[in-house]
Design a binder for this molecule. Structure first.
Ligand code: DC
Length: 229
């Protein structure tokens, strides 16, 4: 029954707007949301907390398998509890993002998180946000999107986000970090970041968030996956 629920996969590099877009599309349709990056971030955070070295593949895979996490959907955000403790903002820091990108390169860790990701697929449908949702985790999804934007636009967006949070960061260092993260995500041997053969690529560099959300709901409607909204 649960495997019959439709899935919209949204993959792409960091900063392309996947998180915001996925949440808005899921809200509009009343579908479930999988933020798979959060699972890699939580694995990294739990590993650090339990002093497991980030290159100890077998032990990190155990951490991933036993992850004690609760997602609480709220109107503007999803609260995250790790082992009963608030982790919503901690998992979004650059340090945790960097550690997440390292543990995400370990095949045993990716394998350990597979079932947990499949469990999010429930009626009436799922929006799955990540890097390998369409290529590995939900290969038979009826609509796959590869969301991208130029590296410089992504650095500007990140800078604006940080400024809103009262943090100053130079554009050049943000651009360097984005390029390093992209390179690591695209060059890893297991589940590298790339569009699925049957994905539709959407470049959001010059699009507003509502324009992207409208385009995705149109595509879902055209394919008979969502009611006309
Ligand atoms: O989307 P994000 O920044 O929260 O992802 C954190 C890291 O996890 C990032 O380096 C890419 C990696 N990741 C992954 O390898 N596969 C996914 N499905 C999601 C994220």
């Amino acid at each position: 029954m649960s495997s019959a629920a439709p899935v919209l996969t949204i993959d792409g590099p960091g900063g392309a707007g996947k998180g915001t877009i996925s949440r808005l599309v899921a809200e509009r349709l009343g579908w479930h949301l999988l933020d798979s990056g959060a699972l890699y971030r939580l694995t990294a955070l739990a590993a650090v907390k339990h002093e497991v070295p980030l290159d100890d593949e077998a032990r990190i895979a155990e951490v991933a398998l036993g992850l004690d996490v609760v997602f609480v959907a709220e109107p503007e955000t999803t609260r995250v509890l790790l082992e009963g403790e608030e982790a919503t903002t901690t998992i979004r820091t650059e340090q945790v993002g960097d550690a997440a990108s390292r543990v995400a390169a370990l095949p045993a860790v990716r394998h350990a998180l597979m079932q947990r990701q499949h469990d999010f697929r429930k009626p009436p449908g799922l929006v799955a946000d990540g890097r390998d949702m369409g290529t590995v985790v939900f290969t038979e999804a009826p609509l796959k999107i590869f969301l991208t934007a130029s590296a410089s636009e992504r650095a500007h967006r990140r800078q604006r986000q940080l400024q809103e949070a009262g943090v100053d960061a130079s554009l050049s260092s943000l651009l360097e970090e984005i390029q390093a993260r992209d390179a690591r995500d695209m060059q890893r041997s297991v589940a590298p970041l790339k569009p699925a053969d049957d994905a539709i690529t959407l470049d959001t560099t010059r699009l507003t968030i509502p324009e992207v959300v409208d385009r995705l709901t149109e595509l879902l409607t055209e394919r008979g996956l969502a009611p006309d909204t």
